[in-house]
Ligand binder design. Structure first.
Ligand code: MN
Length: 251
């Protein structure tokens, strides 16, 4: 558990009512969510940096990625799988007395001090919020530009080499997990993968850094359309990558 807050505030926290504890845990977003009179809640739509515990609205329609990711897969993925991670994250936050205002990133960076439930669901929530916001409707000849493209070319030789290496990470992740482009502590671009809902932010992982781009290679992300053909899904997904969002994370 993180060493934030005094023992006094910890006791006060525990003494709160269930609803009060929930409100404290969720911060203003949670309070707004629970207040039916509040119709003007400002939703974060820019992705998971500073992310709260609630799902943000999907930044496009369920069918906006059709031909690559079908609408049924998107709807089930967002409203069931990802919603489940958010819900269980909020439960874990209450059970583990997470202090007011704690961001998901802070939890992930200190994940060794939390439960397996927190690890699975804080990771799941963060990873999916990032995933939705680093996709957009299909773009022909989709590739990054500017500083990010230069950095990828410098690091991997060419954009094509980068894609080949990333594809290999996605292909060889055994079972459920994610493949990542991330920057390490020195700011060096790296490619890797993680199991389950782990990600590079976690202080328990084999890879550590800040995730710029990730692909969900759990079967629930592609099985309806692609069945066992994971790499057909990955090949199509490249045309959906929102390189502007990735550039923003890189900057
Ligand atoms: Mn998923």
């Amino acid at each position: 558990m993180m060493k934030t807050g005094t023992q006094t505030s910890r006791r006060q926290f525990i003494r709160n009512t269930a609803k009060g504890s929930l409100a404290i845990t969720l911060g203003m977003a949670g309070l707004s969510m629970m207040s039916s009179s509040c119709k003007t809640t400002k939703k974060v739509t820019t992705g998971p940096v500073g992310l709260g515990f609630d799902q943000t609205p999907l930044p496009y329609a369920y069918n906006a990625l059709e031909n690559i990711i079908d609408a049924t897969t998107m709807e089930i993925h967002y409203t069931r799988h990802a919603a489940g991670y958010s819900k269980s994250l909020k439960e874990a936050a209450i059970q583990e007395n997470v202090p007011e205002g704690t961001t998901v990133e802070t939890i992930l960076k200190n994940i060794s001090g939390y439960s397996q439930k927190m690890r699975n669901n804080a990771g799941g929530h963060y990873n999916h919020e990032m995933f939705w916001h680093t996709m957009r409707p299909k773009t022909a000849d989709n590739k990054p530009a500017g500083a990010l493209l230069l950095a990828l070319e410098n690091r991997f030789g060419s954009f094509g080499n980068f894609k080949d290496k990333f594809n290999e990470a996605a292909k060889t992740r055994f079972g459920s997990g994610w493949a990542w482009l991330y920057t390490d502590a020195a700011g060096v671009l790296k490619i890797g993968s993680t199991a389950n809902q782990d990600n590079p932010l976690m202080n328990t992982g084999e890879i550590n850094g800040f995730p710029l781009l990730g692909i969900d290679v759990w079967e629930h992300a592609y099985y309806l359309k692609y069945q066992n053909k994971r790499m057909d899904y990955v090949d199509g997904w490249w045309s959906l990558v929102n390189w502007d969002a990735v550039q923003n994370r890189f900057a």
